[in-house]
Design a protein around this ligand. Structure first.
Ligand code: ADP
Ligand code: MG
Length: 273
């Protein structure tokens, strides 16, 4: 049986591209053959946008968090057999007022434990901004964290805070979460500011923390997220914006230890017989 590798997509600030990254990366991983589960843990419920009326009435992450239903009941298949998702769930459970949040640790552990028995290779967890409440638990209990960073000068400080926050979780709470990488998003390839941010980050963070792949600022992402779909599904042929996520998936696979199966011992394929 395969065991689930969880990748939490997290940032201090909102609007840096977390949801865009989670949806498109999950789609690319699934297209590359990994059994992938995308979990929306943000009450903005962006992943649920493109769903039909029927699936919108399905319970999701918040229903599990508050009422601990069976995780099986939350999983929604998609047009890709390798991609399943769990939405944020039924709106009324998002903002259930909770004064006692001590059960979050157990609830997240139970959810991840149940998902582990379901034969997924990778779970991509989209989160709300900040390291608080159950989001903090998701980061604490995940195997890896991916940190999208909008390429603007003010963002550099918040990424350092986040790295420190994750380091504290590892030191003080024995969390196993490892930083899979910082991903620059909304990069303007011709903008000096974007290039400067990449340079600044390279100086500030350890060696290979900054991923080689970065996500360009492109209108197609805005269009795709308005419909709640991966950019790969916007047109008949894949646009450049979608191919960037294939590259990101390929770069992340070894970091997520997914490569064992993908690049196993196998002779290369000859172009001709
Ligand atoms: N690479 C990009 N290029 C252009 N617009 C983007 C890009 N990534 C995200 N956006 C847009 O920015 C907004 C915020 O992105 P989103 O993924 O929802 O961020 P978050 O989940 O961190 O709040 C959305 O309208 C989205 O379409
Ligand atoms: Mg979001």
């Amino acid at each position: 049986m395969v065991s689930l590798i969880t990748l939490v997509v997290t940032s201090q600030k909102g609007g840096v591209g977390k949801t865009t990254v989670a949806i498109n990366l999950a789609h690319s991983l699934a297209c590359r053959g990994w059994q992938t589960l995308l979990v929306d843990t943000d009450p903005q419920n962006s992943v649920g946008l493109s769903l039909s009326e029927k699936t919108r009435r399905c319970p999701g992450y918040y229903d599990f968090l508050h009422y601990e239903c069976d995780v099986d009941e939350l999983i929604i298949p998609t047009r890709l057999p390798e991609l399943h998702l769990i939405t944020a769930g039924l709106t009324e459970t998002f903002f259930k007022l909770e004064t006692d949040t001590s059960h979050y640790a157990g609830a997240v552990a139970r959810m991840l434990g149940q998902l582990d028995g379901l034969n997924y290779d990778v779970g991509v967890l989209d989160t709300a901004a900040g390291l608080m409440g159950h989001t903090r638990e998701l980061v604490r209990q995940a195997d890896f964290a991916l940190l999208p960073q909008q390429s603007e000068p003010l963002g550099v400080r918040s990424i350092i805070q986040l790295l420190e926050g994750i380091a504290r979780l590892r030191e003080e709470e024995q969390a196993i979460v490892e930083v899979a990488g910082i991903l620059l998003t909304m990069v303007d390839p011709h903008g000096e500011e974007s290039l400067q941010v990449a340079c600044d980050l390279r100086m500030l963070v350890p060696g290979d923390t900054l991923l080689r792949t970065s996500i360009p600022r492109e209108q197609d992402f805005v269009r795709a997220s308005a419909h709640g779909v991966p950019v790969a599904l916007l047109y008949q042929k894949l646009p450049p914006a979608a191919l960037v996520f294939d590259q990101l998936a390929a770069e992340l696979e070894p970091r997520l230890t997914l490569q064992k199966v993908a690049y196993g011992e196998r002779e290369f394929t000859r172009l001709m017989d």
